[in-house]
Design a protein around this ligand. Sequence first.
Ligand SMILES: Cc1ncc(COP(=O)(O)O)c(C=O)c1O
Length: 391
Amino acid sequence: MENIFNSMLSSLKEKGLYRGDFKYLNSEQASKVKINNKEVILLGSNNYLGLCNDIRLKEAVIDTVNKYGFGSGGSRLTTGSYDLHRKLEEKIAHFKGVEASLVFSTGYMANVGIISSLCDRKWVIFSDRSNHASIIDGCLLSGAKLVRYKHCDMDDLERKIRENKGKYNLIVTDGVFSMDGDVAPLPNIIKLAKKYEIVTMVDDAHGVGILGENGSGTAKYFKLSDQIDIQMGTLSKAIGSIGGYVAGKKYFIDYFRNIARSFIFSTALPPAAIAASIKAIEIIEKDKFRRKHLLKMADWFKNKLIEAGFQVTRTITPIIPVIVGDSKNTVKLSESLLEEGIYVPAIRPPTVPSGTSRLRISLMATHTYDDLRYVIDVIKFHGKRLGIIEG
Ligand SMILES: Cc1ncc(COP(=O)(O)O)c(C=O)c1O
């Protein structure tokens, strides 16, 4: 038995796909972190707004722990629902401009719970090829027919709808794609959904806090908050806390509360985590400057990378994929940067398609231009040394 597993691990190593020991942080999640007590610039975090270690979130958590203790002690349908859960769910609904919302323990559990309770064998799900793994897992668990369309390709989506449409249908897409940083063409997706009478779902894990005039995400950015049937998101990225949610019409939310197994059969989030999420949403609603500054800095940084000759997708978000292609070379670049005090993980298959291994750089509002100028100098040097850009 051991031989089988060892040979699988060796094969991963040969392909540059082996994941070794973790990098253990011994500091807060911030624009600079400590790994083995050495300070490094962190460039791969989803803590886009720097809220993970914001003093206001810390205070909210400490006050809540003092009042409620830590663990929630039960699932939401038994003893684990607190007044704070209700407050957060009302807040999310208001923030997203919809009737109601429901909080899950993680975004992964939200996707799996929503999709597997909504759809069954009678459904056809049209899913963007670059959608997050938790969407795909939800689709597979549901037993529905899964039809994957080319990334953001509306002609391919329409063709596949015509060929595969069933009695009940769902189109599901990331709002902002986690590994590419690009934004789904929601207006066109909604047009097709209306034309063919299809339910729509958007996973806005990476849009919330970043896009839309109040920071509520991709739907707001396109002024489509009332047209998307199901809006899912996570509280673990720009919101700086932990958890996932679904937001939409009351009847959908009521349905998920009753049917979604990942909601029902899991312990509720601790009140302190809920308090952090409430505080973060309050900050996001008021503080436009933070996300404007982040987006401006991201644009500047992308231009510098492109000028240097790197293959970078031009997006409007702080997710900046630097495509290297080969997995081993991507790991070498990541390791060289770490030696120089810059931590940005190598992203390889199966997270991204084969041949598109990359550094997934993501900026935080708390990075400085000085940090980023240093990053540009170092990445250029090693990019040339490794033959990724021309010398
Ligand atoms: C697009 C997308 N959806 C869902 C999730 C899952 O969210 P969580 O990390 O809260 O489980 C992620 C996280 O990586 C994501 O990127």
